[in-house]
Design a protein around this ligand. Structure first.
Ligand SMILES: *Cc1c(COP(=O)(O)O)cnc(C)c1O
Length: 397
């Protein structure tokens, strides 16, 4: 088996090998340049090789990489303070990934109910089409059969209701319910934006029944939708929030944020992580915030998002046989394809541009938040050429 890969066969990888990146561009081994509107699935928020991130990482690398949480890590205090000052939260726990941030969020909610004297309240209500990660608990939370099959009994305590059905949420609440968990915009589910009104209704239900509201902002957070966090668009604050992806700008970093009340059950010894919040990760996380919190940055995201959104809308009008719908918020946009989305993905890739597949036959546009209006227009031109080709093929078929 000389040609067998040593890697698990869990991914269907595209035959592309990138050697380096510059901003919104990736350069392959053969020197060809790709416009990167995938950004490592919403991770490279500041693009590739951002000078401030590179400099911060290198400076920390010369000092100390890792300490463990046996000692105080000043970078955690600083990043934690900045995140709590910029959000609803009072407390932060640092992780290395989105799924771990969700695990912490779920444990925080259950432990809150336990500490309040309700050990039987541990159920979490989630939504069809959700994606919360690939650990045993988060596949149960996501509820997608394709991710659960063959991995033993589904972790108990997760109940799924139809997307956007407030009556179903109300009906699902029992004596055992601890929390409601939702992505303000479903990412992998197909860029489905949850209406603000629905988030408000969830907030009201949580308040009425003593439940905790958990937002999964792993993909929507840190400027992606044009606000620091997507919940700001709705004017509804959660009790607990999971963050990852964009906050590390490419370094593995996540965080679970909570109000002091919601985190009150998480006392000494209840949770931990070897790597979580290590000095290298904190140096990069703080550097990402230096940029994202700087004057005018989120305004730039909203401006360039508008260019992209309007351009996509006009492509939809011109190629209704290829593009069915445009959806999303800020620089988290989706093209619902009229052709198989894999065909459109391939055609766009042939134009040397990268997008991300999602559910509901949708392709995600998740460019670095630092793209220029010119790069947005370049992206539109490439999608246009791809759509033109597919449209011509359809007509001649
Ligand atoms: C990516 C993602 C996760 C999982 O994050 P990992 O870092 O892959 O564990 C969870 N929730 C949402 C909304 C995501 O987009």
């Amino acid at each position: 088996m000389a040609d067998a890969t040593p890697l698990y066969d869990t991914y269907m990888r595209a035959p592309l090998r990138f050697e380096r990146g510059e901003g919104a561009w990736l350069i392959a081994e053969d020197g060809s340049r790709y416009l990167d509107f995938a950004a490592g699935v919403a991770v490279n928020s500041l693009g590739h090789a951002h000078p401030h991130l590179v400099e911060s990482l290198k400076a920390q690398a010369d000092k100390v990489w890792h300490l463990s949480n046996l000692y105080e890590v000043p970078g955690q205090e600083r990043l934690g303070r900045r995140l709590t000052e910029a959000t609803f939260a009072d407390k932060v726990f640092f992780t290395n990934s989105g799924a771990e941030a969700l695990e912490c969020a779920i444990k925080t909610a259950r432990r809150y109910q336990f500490a309040k004297g309700y050990p039987g309240k541990f159920h979490v209500i989630t939504f069809e089409g959700a994606f919360h990660g690939r650990t045993l608990a988060t596949i149960a939370a996501g509820g997608q059969e394709k991710y659960l099959e063959g991995f033993g009994p589904k972790a108990p305590g997760f109940y799924q209701v139809p997307f956007g059905d407030i009556g179903a949420v109300r009906e699902a609440i029992t004596e055992e319910t601890a929390a409601i968990l939702i992505e303000p915009v479903q990412g992998e589910g197909g860029i489905r934006v949850v209406p603000s009104e629905f988030l408000k209704e969830l907030r009201a239900l949580c308040d009425e029944y003593g439940l905790l509201l958990i937002f999964d902002e792993v993909q929507t957070g840190v400027g992606r939708t044009g606000k620091l966090f997507a919940y700001e668009w709705a004017g509804v604050a959660p009790d607990i929030m999971a963050v990852a992806k964009g906050i590390g700008g490419g370094f593995p970093l996540g965080a679970c944020l909570a109000t002091a009340e919601a985190a009150s059950g998480m006392v000494a010894g209840t949770h931990g992580s070897t790597y979580g919040g290590n000095p290298l990760a904190m140096a990069v996380g703080n550097a990402v915030l230096d940029v994202v919190l700087s004057e005018g940055f989120l305004e730039h995201v909203r401006d360039v998002a508008l260019v992209l959104r309007q351009g996509l809308a006009s492509l939809k009008d011109r190629f209704p046989d290829v593009i069915e719908d445009i959806r999303g918020e800020g620089l988290m946009l989706g093209i619902k394809a009229k052709v198989p989305s894999a065909d459109l993905l391939k055609a766009v890739r042939a134009e040397h541009m990268l997008l991300v597949p999602a559910g509901e036959n949708v392709l995600r546009l998740l460019p670095p938040l630092v793209i220029s209006a010119e790069e947005a227009r370049e992206g539109l031109a490439r999608i246009e050429r791809a759509a033109e080709k597919l449209s011509a093929e359809k007509k001649s078929a």
